[in-house]
Ligand binder design. Structure first.
Ligand code: SAH
Length: 341
């Protein structure tokens, strides 16, 4: 059975016309789901009993259950249990510009980045659309905040679950539903070139972030196995095409790992790599995890790296650190939970 949160507004209209009802029913149902936020079909009191029954026979309305919540200054981390008892997590970050939610897109991840906790547990399955929409709804239900920004940077590789994330973006972006603006949605990928090409063709107006983390193939191969399939040169080629065709500015994420990719020569190499590109670099202080040997760069190296990029006319920011106390590193909460800690 489909879940009602898998269904776009347009598909719901079609559903109603197919069963001989007025299209307008979709407006009413979407309103109950996304504005009034009911948790059962019975609560949709302006819908005829007969239609309610039809909906009940065809759709479930369940969303993931929050089973754990950890709080720190300006950040709350949630662990979800899905209907098959799999677990994923989402992180809510309070910024001065709004509340941003980092959602998971898969149960586990197959990309195998050596510094990342999520990949220690291999991919079990893709998340369904409703399981991503449900992360937002479940959190807004229990804490009374409005999520204004969504980043697809939780567990999983969004472009390894392409069709579902595109539908997910469409649904949360819909003015009839949660209505999160395109400019407030960011997809992050490790760089799967064929999917980046499809993404360009699909013409979604959302932001794109690329996990780069290294200025050359040698280091990137070591950190991110995907680089052996899609190395830096063809990646940069397709990203140039992205910026040219969309006119949008691209974000590069660059985790600073002590002694590995944070030296002066790396900063210079990185500046050269991105020169003349419509992009900015987001330097990320590494969130250390107890299972992996990597250390975060010290403050002096971080500032030095930042200065070199600036001097070389690269737009650069340093990501504010969130939640080192709440196991906020991608995949940590789930990994710890699964290992019974
Ligand atoms: N698979 C996608 C999205 C999920 S990871 C991607 O690769 O972009 C989201 C971001 O968090 C990526 O940039 C990833 O490299 C980074 N990340 C993973 N583990 C981290 C850690 N321990 N500390 C800081 N950033 C981390």
């Amino acid at each position: 059975m489909k879940n009602i949160y898998d269904i776009s507004f347009e598909k719901l209209e079609t559903y109603f016309t197919d069963i001989g009802q007025k299209k307008f029913k979709a407006v009413q149902v979407y309103d109950w789901l996304y504005k009034k936020r009911v948790t059962s079909f019975e609560e949709m009191t302006n819908i005829k009993k007969e239609i309610i029954n039809h909906l009940k026979q065809n759709f479930s309305i369940q969303i993931p259950k929050i089973i754990k919540k950890e709080e720190d200054v300006d950040v709350i981390k949630f662990l979800f249990e899905l209907s098959d008892y799999q677990k994923v997590e989402a992180v809510l970050m309070k910024h001065d510009y709004g509340n941003s939610l980092c959602v998971s897109t898969q149960v586990g991840c197959n990309m195998g980045c050596s510094f990342c906790e999520s990949g220690r547990l291999k991919k079990i399955r893709n998340l369904e659309v409703h399981e991503m929409v449900g992360q937002i709804l479940a959190i807004e239900r229990i804490i009374k905040v409005r999520i204004s920004h969504v980043v697809l940077m939780g567990i999983g590789e969004p472009f390894d679950n392409y069709d579902h994330i595109i539908d997910f973006i469409h649904i949360i972006n819909s003015g009839k539903g949660i209505a999160i603006g395109s400019r407030h949605i960011t997809v992050s990928t490790c760089g799967i070139i064929p999917k980046i090409k499809r993404f360009i063709e699909d013409g979604k107006q959302v932001n794109l972030a690329i996990s780069l983390h290294a200025p050359n193939n040698q280091i990137r191969n070591h950190l991110m196995p995907i680089n052996k399939v899609y190395p830096i040169e063809p990646l940069m080629e397709v990203l140039k095409e992205y910026t040219e065709k969309t006119g949008r500015r691209l974000t590069f994420e660059y985790i600073l790992l002590d002694g590995i990719n944070d030296q002066v020569q790396h900063a210079l190499e990185l500046a050269k790599l991105v020169q003349n590109m419509n992009c900015y670099i987001n330097l990320i202080p590494y969130n250390e995890t107890s299972h992996l040997q990597y250390k975060k760069s010290n403050q002096t190296s971080i500032m030095h790296f930042y200065d070199i990029l600036k001097q070389n006319h690269v737009a650069v920011t340093i990501r504010r650190e969130f939640g080192s106390k709440v196991s906020a590193a991608c995949g940590q909460l789930r990994a710890n939970y699964e290992e019974g800690k």
